[in-house]
Every structure is written in C-alpha cells, then in structure tokens.
Design a protein around this ligand. Sequence first.
Ligand code: NAD
Ligand code: TYD
Length: 350
Amino acid sequence: MKNKSVLITGGAGFIGSHVVRRFVDKYPDYRIFNLDALTYAGNLENLVDIEDASNYTFIKGDITDEKFINNLFETHKFDKVIHLAAESHVDRSIEDPLAFVKTNVIGTMILLNAFKSCWNDRFEGKLFYHISTDEVYGTLGTTGLFTETTSYDPNSPYSASKASSDHFVRAYGETYGLPFVITNCSNNYGQNQFPEKLIPLFINNIIQRKPLPVYGDGNYTRDWLYVKDHAIAIDLVFHKGKQGETYNIGGFNEWKNIDLVKLLCQQMDLKLKREKGSSLSLITYVKDRPGHDLRYAIDASKIKDELGWKPSVIFEEGLEKTIEWYLSNDDWLKNVTSGAYKAYYEKQYQ
Ligand code: NAD
Ligand code: TYD
C-alpha cells in the first residue's frame, strides 16, 4: 500500500494515540493523518515522540463540521479511514446525551458521506474501518459471552450512540457498497487513558489518598484488554480483516470491579511503598450509575481463529505497567486534571 493516505480520527485520545504511534512507526510508506478536535479527552502530549515523523500530519478539526470534512477529503483523498473519534464516557453520556449523538452518530455520518463522495462510489482498494465497543450488545447475566451475532441491545446513551453509528456503517456497506469493517472491543486500560474511567481515576485518587468511589455493590463485571493489544488487533483487522465483517475483540479477562480495585490497591501500595492495606481503606461505595450494565464479556474466538490474534499481556503485568506509567508521568496527570477536570469531578462525585 505504498504512499497510501490513512486518516485516523480521534488519534489524540487514549486508544487512538496508540494506534497512530503504531502505524507511524511500523508503516513508513503510509501517510498518516491524525484528525482530532482536541476535546477534553484529546491530548497532543500523547504523541510528542512521533510528532516530527515525516509520514505523520496532525489536523485539528471536528468530525461534525460537514464543510470542513468534505474539503479535507477533497484535498487529501484518504484511501483508508480508521475512525476512533467519539465521546467515550458513559457517565458523561448520562449527563449530556445529545453531545454523544452529535459526535458519535452525526460525526460518523458526515465521515461516511465524505468518504463516499470522495471516491464517487469507486471503492477499489479503499476501506472505512469503524472502531466500536462491546457495550452495543447491552448487558450479560452471570453467564454467556457476546459473539458477533449477539443482538444489539444498548442501555446507555453512549452505547446507543455507538450502536447507531455501527448500524449506519453497515447500512452504507449494504446500500452503497461502501467497503467497511467494524470491531467491537471490550474495556481497554493502559497508559494515556483520561482519569475519568475506572482504572486511571482510581490510580489518581490513590496517589492523592482520595476516596475510591465504587458504584453500587461493586459486583459489576468487565472484560479488560491492554490498550497495546487492542492496537495490534486494529492493525491486523485493518490489513487482513474481511470487508463487511465484524470482529469482537476482548481480553479473555473478566474482573468484578471490586476485585479489580482490590488488586489495584495492593499493587499501588507496593509501588508507593505505603503500608499494606492502606489504599484499601479508601474504598467507598457510592450511589450506583443509572442503567448500569451488570456484565460484559467477549467471545473473541472469531478474530483468534480467522486472523490469529490473541492478547499478549496478562492483566497483572499490564496493570503494573499502567501504574508505573502514571507514577512516572505525573506532569501528564497534573496537566489533564487541572482546569475543567476539577469541575467535572465535583459534579460527578459530589
Ligand atoms: P477518548 O475519549 O480517549 O478519545 C476520543 C478522541 O476523540 C479524543 O482525542 C477527542 O479529542 C476526539 N474527539 C471527540 N469528539 C471529536 C469530534 N467531534 N471531532 C474530532 N475528534 C473528536 O476515547 P478512547 O477510549 O480512546 O476510545 C476511542 C474509540 O474506541 C471510541 O470510538 C470508543 O467508542 C472506542 N472504544 C473504547 C473503549 C475503551 O475502553 N476506552 C473500548 C472499546 C471501544
Ligand atoms: P468505566 O471505566 O467508566 O467503563 P464502562 O462504563 O465503559 O465499562 O467503568 C468501568 C466499571 O467501573 C463500570 O462498571 C463502572 C465502574 N465505575 C465505578 O465503580 N466507579 C467509578 O468512579 C467509575 C468511573 C466506574
């Protein structure tokens, strides 16, 4: 794919920055364009190490700005798109659902339309790769796994907006022959995650000896995947995935929130050389999240069997690396938690 141009949206965010770095480093022949609006979740500090690479260009812009996006496609004629830009936090979607419809649904539509008209329905060698979540499937009971054929049943405004965007991508494939692939991934963790999601929020609170707000009884289950393993899976699906297909990506790694939090406390005490058990005393049970999904767990056998992907980092090791990264990047943490973060935190956990 020499000299092909690849647009990565949301590349200044958590997962996007790992994907951008991987593609810039690994594929010097591709021209990588990172389009990001730099919302509260986007941060160019995530990419300082590759910002001067000759195959990399950052473009600040909003996917909901139709005129701007159409011009951008006309100018650069992106052959392939990896679409990660989104509003991504469930709690924020409960406060402001419309913002999620705007970016996740309308923004995706605007990209699809721009991609479609740019290539005038001549799609040979083109690809629209849509990054989605397992949350579109709704909640599991105590048993079972989400497969690619599980019916969509989203429960939060976030997951409803992602489900809607997935449907539009698939519909453009059916209706206009637009070449697409979709992946639905489980919860990611790792370096550069904004400290509003469970793991980085709790790491930051433990550092500051602040309460650890566990929602409800803490018996909610998530399937955790190290972010670099997600980036590897995205690379693989981008190059080898079958057009028109969906692949589930997961960690084969289910944890009840409360057990995860206890492990995190234990590892943090060791790293911070604090007395054993001291972080555990910060655990505070707080009011539950409305519409809280009980359990997510992915059956990732399709991507494993068809493309040979499986997670490479075991959870205890990934969590330790994550903690070490946050402890040695306290400037990053301080920068992202100054300003607007404080107001968000006070409102959410008042
Ligand atoms: P994030 O919130 O860390 O990053 C999102 C990025 O998108 C930010 O850089 C932000 O500035 C940018 N953005 C937001 N609105 C934009 C707009 N209107 N125009 C242009 N850019 C905009 O999110 P993340 O956790 O990295 O998730 C990335 C993608 O992966 C999302 O589509 C999300 O639904 C999906 N996903 C996330 C997880 C997870 O555990 N974090 C799991 C599965 C799937
Ligand atoms: P989160 O990281 O927001 O991801 P998602 O809701 O997309 O799964 O939350 C992970 C789990 O942790 C979820 O069950 C909600 C819970 N949680 C808390 O108990 N307290 C918190 O402060 C946060 C942010 C999450």
